[in-house]
Design a protein around this ligand. Structure first.
Ligand SMILES: *Cc1c(COP(=O)(O)O)cnc(C)c1O
Length: 414
């Protein structure tokens, strides 16, 4: 338990509190409910314990974006299938992936990158070539379509080129954007992909619906994950595909978000600002740059949990940079003070993964804990979260609006 850790060790450095069972539960859910192949998007959390836990839970496929990620998966989950899904790769990385690691699946969004892949694999004939399409993503907290994805009017020619370049699988992929709050975004993206395929006059062997499956954060409680899979089923049924067309997905966040929280120490209190030993250059990137008000719990230095007299605080990280600021608001007991500890929840995805060593900070210890995550999409905890207060809730709901009624009814537990 985090409490024992505070009491017995008073950790000086930030501690990633990890819950391998939460990874396992999420992985099993996806594997039993998704009607296709599940690739874990390694970038969400490349910790070796995550890769090993997924492999143990039966995940055999990984979405990788760099040679380092390929080497990591080869080491921690030997024998796995990997798909190199970054649309821009170095020739050296492509060659090493194909010749040294047996990677056969590559994605791209230009003719130039396709030519590069063919060249760097010695014109291999056994490639699975996946065209990354740009789709209009609605309801995602992060859009990923600005940087990657072939535009709809250029897609047919690229699909045709891919079809001609391989005797193995040709497919389409997209990413609706991370933390997607609308299940129907998948169905809409699949319709866009289908139109491009029809115009190209080719059939896809693979439809890869990418990542984007959400987790729970204050102000962002998504519909049930089963609604996402139902929307994908409907989208797939409406696509022009053949009987053996494979359905793939590449969840990152949804498999790992619940599996880690972060225990930080308060180094100084200055009014409503708490100066912590971790921040935006460490594991709190989204809290700073996306201004996500992650859920928090406070522990006295003596090890008891304090819950009463909550008041909004903001956080500063340890570096000297003024962008190292997490506005929150984070609701903590008014009496919280220097030397106390704060557990910040739901940081398993894009948390430790984002950490740098800037300014001499960022070293994080890892401790396995058994308690439940602060919220859960998989029944490990409530499907809601200790909520932030009104003003913030409203701001978030406007941005990530759900169908009327659902958001307003959310209970406030504190
Ligand atoms: C980041 C990424 C993912 C995972 O996205 P999540 O929103 O974490 O599920 C999947 N596929 C690709 C190509 C990505 O870049």
């Amino acid at each position: 338990m985090p409490l024992d850790l505070v009491r017995e060790r008073s950790p000086e450095r930030p501690v990633a509190l990890v819950r391998p069972d939460a990874v396992s539960v999420a992985a099993r859910w996806f594997q039993s409910e998704f009607k296709g192949d599940v690739f874990y998007a390694v970038k969400a959390n490349p910790s070796p314990w995550v890769i090993r836990e997924l492999a143990q839970a039966g995940v055999r496929s990984f979405d990788v974006a760099s040679l380092n990620e390929i080497e990591l998966v080869a080491q921690e989950a030997p024998g796995s299938r990997m798909a190199f899904m970054h649309p821009v790769k170095s020739r050296k990385a492509i060659s090493a992936a194909y010749f040294d690691h047996g990677v056969k699946t590559f994605s791209f969004d230009t003719h130039e990158e396709l030519a590069k892949i063919l060249d760097a694999t010695g014109n291999a004939k056994d490639l699975n070539l996946i065209v990354r399409m740009g789709v209009q993503a609605e309801g995602a907290a992060y859009s990923l379509s600005g940087k990657f994805g072939v535009e709809p009017h250029n897609a047919p020619a690229l699909l045709l080129a891919a079809r001609r370049a391989t005797q193995d699988l040709m497919g389409v992929s997209f990413h609706v954007g991370s933390q997607c709050m609308r299940p129907t975004a998948y169905q809409a993206a699949m319709a866009q992909a289908s139109r491009a395929l029809v115009r190209a006059g080719v059939l896809a062997d693979v439809v890869d619906v990418g990542g984007g499956f959400p987790s729970i954060y204050p102000g962002m409680v998504p519909p049930d994950l089963s609604e996402y899979l139902a929307a994908i089923d409907r989208g797939f049924a409406e696509m022009m595909v053949h009987e053996t067309t494979e359905l793939w997905c590449e969840p990152g966040r949804a498999l790992v978000a619940e599996a880690s929280s972060l225990l930080v120490k308060v180094e100084l209190k200055k009014g409503d600002a708490l100066y912590l030993n971790d921040g935006s250059y460490g594991s709190l990137f989204d809290a700073a740059h996306m201004k996500w008000p992650f859920p928090v719990k406070a522990y006295r230095k003596t090890g008891e949990m304090v819950e009463e007299g909550l008041k909004p605080f903001r956080f500063y990280g340890p570096t000297c940079d003024s962008v190292d600021h997490m506005p929150g608001p984070f609701y903590l007991p008014e009496s919280v003070d220097e030397g106390d500890y704060i557990e910040i929840g739901m940081l398993g995805a894009y948390g430790v993964a984002m950490s740098t060593r800037f300014n001499g900070f960022g070293e994080t210890d890892t401790v396995e804990v058994q308690d439940a995550p602060m919220a859960s999409m998989y029944g490990l905890a409530k499907r809601s979260i200790p909520a932030v207060r009104q003003e913030n809730e409203e701001r978030k709901i406007v941005r990530f609006s759900r169908p009327k009624g659902a958001a307003g009814k959310r209970k406030r537990r504190r």
